[in-house]
Design a protein around this ligand. Structure first.
Ligand SMILES: NC(=O)c1ccc[n+]([C@@H]2O[C@H](COP(=O)([O-])OP(=O)(O)OC[C@H]3O[C@@H](n4cnc5c(N)ncnc54)[C@H](O)[C@@H]3O)[C@@H](O)[C@H]2O)c1
Length: 337
């Protein structure tokens, strides 16, 4: 079984990707410092997979930790999820974000070059497009100035990867630009586990449904969209996980010094109000929500053109928005009980 290092593998997207990797015949080796996840995720993963998962607790900024893991598991590729991701916090503590998100990529690339580990899939984000002029966004839609230090770390990391490949370091890279991951593993054993107040809509919705939050505020209903609320492209986390497996397979077929970038979304936009109403309908729950003022810096509407990932990687989403919202609620209920 080919081993793949998953940095941040105990986190939301990383843990679901570990499941999909194993299904596809890879062995995931997780490295996580649990700064934004819990060690119980590793036990839950083992329950889903039916065997123990290799996990190292450590910081991927530390080359010594990478050395130790490599000496025990000769991984042939890396999926680099580990990063801080709270947009608001990044504006208050930008150095924390640059140090972890940019610093860890540099340490990792250095290490990969030294050991001859060739394949890396990087977690980028649709945030690099900012407020796009034309929709849907393709991979060649111009990137805009980042709205936050967090967003900037994603742009900088993409640029570092491009330059590193150009330097003939012998490495093969795919950056995946995620749109809005939602949902949870259908078993309800793993899912998104935000620390404190959720930054993302769906955990806010599920926590409100569970009575943990009093109500949801919809930030603006007077935008130029079907119902006035903002539009996003919500992608089930299991589909997103599968995109990583497809990306690794594709990297395997490429020659050295390869770089490419793919959008990972459904190709459809849904409004915030549509999410609330669909959640209510699918789960037969009434949500307490109200309309508030617009939020500074919010992108009004964005969704992906997925032509490239469909045709090049042969990747298509399998889950519907209804599946996502059902699975998210199922996961939240398991957390409460
Ligand atoms: N969730 C989203 O909405 C979204 C959207 C676009 C891009 N992304 C990117 O995808 C990646 C994964 O996101 P997620 O939602 O799973 O986040 P997450 O916080 O759930 O997972 C990240 C994991 O990385 C770990 N980590 C952080 N710094 C580390 C370090 N230095 N060493 C070891 N482990 C470390 C955390 O403990 C956590 O388990 C991130 O790079 C994020 O920026 C996420």
């Amino acid at each position: 079984m080919k081993k793949i290092l998953i940095t941040g593998g105990a986190g939301y997207i990383g843990s679901h990707t570990a499941v999909e990797l194993l299904k596809a015949g890879f062995e995931p080796i997780i490295l996580d410092d649990f700064s934004n996840s819990q060690s119980s995720v590793i036990e839950r993963l083992a329950e889903i997979i039916g065997k123990d998962v290799v996990c190292y607790e450590g910081d991927c900024n530390d080359k010594g930790t990478l050395e130790k893991i490599y000496s025990e598991h000769k991984f042939v590729g890396v999926i680099h999820f580990a990063a801080f991701k709270a947009v608001g916090e990044s504006t208050v503590e930008p150095l924390k974000y640059y140090r972890n998100n940019v610093g860890s990529l540099i340490v990792l690339l250095d290490f990969m070059k030294e050991k001859g580990v060739k394949n890396i899939v990087f977690s980028s984000s649709c945030t690099v497009y900012g407020q796009p002029d034309k929709l849907p966004v393709t991979e060649s839609t111009p990137r805009k100035d980042a709205e936050s230090p967090y967003g900037n770390t994603k742009k900088i990391c993409e640029d570092i990867l491009v330059d590193f490949v150009k330097s003939k370091a012998g490495i093969k890279v795919i950056s995946l630009r995620y749109f809005n991951p939602v949902g949870a593993h259908p078993s309800g054993k793993i899912g998104e586990l935000p620390n404190g107040t959720p930054n993302n809509l769906v955990p806010y919705v599920t926590q409100t449904a569970a009575g943990i939050r009093e109500k949801i505020t919809v930030f603006g209903d007077d935008y130029d969209t079907v119902d006035g609320s903002c539009v996003r492209d919500f992608i089930h986390v299991m589909d997103l996980a599968d995109a990583h497996v497809k990306a690794l397979g594709y990297l395997n077929e490429q020659n050295d010094d390869f770089y490419d970038v793919f959008n990972v979304g459904t190709g459809n936009g849904n409004t915030v109000l549509e999410i609330i109403k669909t959640f209510e309908k699918v789960n037969r729950i009434k949500l307490n929500y109200s309309i508030g003022p617009r939020r500074v810096g919010d992108v009004v509407k964005i969704w992906a053109d997925t032509t490239k990932i469909n045709s090049v990687l042969g990747w298509y989403p399998q889950y519907t928005l209804e599946d996502s919202l059902r699975d998210s609620w199922n996961w939240q209920k398991n957390l409460v009980n």
